[in-house]
Design a protein around this ligand. Structure first.
Ligand code: PHE
Length: 342
């Protein structure tokens, strides 16, 4: 009897690892099947001399046991591996893991829509800091020293020493920064968050979003302003939209106006959204005051321009007839889901 063969087989068996279920079955046949190598050794065992039987009998039993245990171990390991071919692991009746897609916030949607309209008209987007100094929010914009906006009641101040630091109350500060950096022609829109010290209600919030615009070139007139706003209103609220300008006052524009659009809900007949007037206020605007141009180093004899500013929440409220501004900030998913498909 070949004793070396027994040792070799035993070592080979001990080293076996990582088999598929089919390979384990092949291995069982190869070793322990009817013509298997170990089975053959047992056949051979019957023919050896009686004095050798004790030694070989023990060694063959150890070999057979090692083979059986190894096969069992490999079979269990193979069964626990999950593979797509194995129908037992893949339960196609189980509900899938659906990926919940988020949706764009209505304020982002509106902001983007407004920006895209002005981009078509050739405006660039300009951005600036939310924490500002007095000069960029008030001084450069012709606010007199005693103007109420400069009061703690209306503005959030971070420091009130000589170089006052505050949260911007409008994005006109970005227009000032643009004029300081760039000579006309200037055509920018300035979207961003602004802050005002106001009690939160259905119609007002201490944080909201604005988009302001500035157009400066030679010979820019009030007619250009009116035309730009009319085009915007038609793009935003529909082709049949009309606008009307009412005289108003801002320190940084002269003349100034408040813009109304014809109510797109009742088509001007009067409803509860437009409070029976047929008109909805959407923005403030005006011709840039020469003092403002000069403060930023632009020659007011050569250049003129117009500016306008609107609240994104207000436009979004009108567009979707949302009656309470606070809904935009509470982020209740039931509200946000209504904008999922937009
Ligand atoms: N800055 C003004 C505001 O915040 C809006 C505005 C901008 C008005 C430009 C006129 C011209 O209310």
């Amino acid at each position: 009897m070949n004793s070396e063969k027994i040792d070799q087989l035993l070592n080979w068996i001990n080293d076996l690892s990582d088999k598929t279920e089919a390979e384990v079955e092949e291995l069982r046949v190869k070793l322990l099947g009817k013509k298997g190598e170990i089975t053959q050794l047992f056949d051979e065992f019957r023919t050896i001399l009686p004095e050798q039987k004790r030694e070989f009998g023990q060694r063959l039993n150890i070999l057979k046991k090692a083979a059986q245990e190894k096969i069992e171990e490999l079979r269990e390991a193979a069964a626990s591996v999950c593979s797509p071919e194995k129908s037992s692991c893949l339960d196609t009746t189980m509900p899938g893991n659906s990926l919940d897609l988020g949706s764009r916030h209505p304020i982002s949607l509106t902001r983007e829509e407004i920006i895209n309209i002005f981009k078509k008209f050739g405006y660039c987007v300009a951005e600036g800091p939310e924490i500002e100094d007095d000069w960029h929010v008030f001084g450069a914009l012709n606010f007199p020293p005693e103007h109420p906006a400069r009061d703690m009641q209306d503005t959030f101040f971070i420091s009130t020493d000589e170089n006052r630091v505050l949260l911007r109350t409008h994005t006109s500060s970005v227009q000032v920064r643009t004029m300081e950096k760039q000579q006309p022609p200037i055509r920018v829109i300035c979207p961003g968050r602004v802050f005002r010290n106001e009690a939160i209600s259905a119609r007002a919030h201490c944080i909201f979003h604005q988009i302001e615009g500035l157009y400066i070139d030679e010979n820019v007139s009030f007619a250009d302003l009116k035309q730009a706003i009319l085009l915007f209103a038609k793009e935003m609220f529909g082709e049949s939209t009309q606008i009307r300008l009412r005289p108003s006052y801002f320190p940084f524009t002269e003349p100034s106006a408040e813009v109304d659009v014809s109510c797109n809900i009742c088509k001007g007949k009067g409803c509860n959204i437009c409070k029976g007037t047929g008109w909805l206020e959407i923005m403030g605007c005006g011709m840039v005051d020469p003092n403002v141009l000069e403060a930023s180093g632009i020659d007011s004899k050569k250049y003129s321009g117009f500016a306008f500013g609107m609240g994104v929440e207000r436009i979004a409220m009108l567009k979707w007839q949302v009656k309470d501004l606070r809904l935009y900030f509470e982020n209740d998913v039931r509200f946000l889901r209504e904008f999922e498909t937009l």
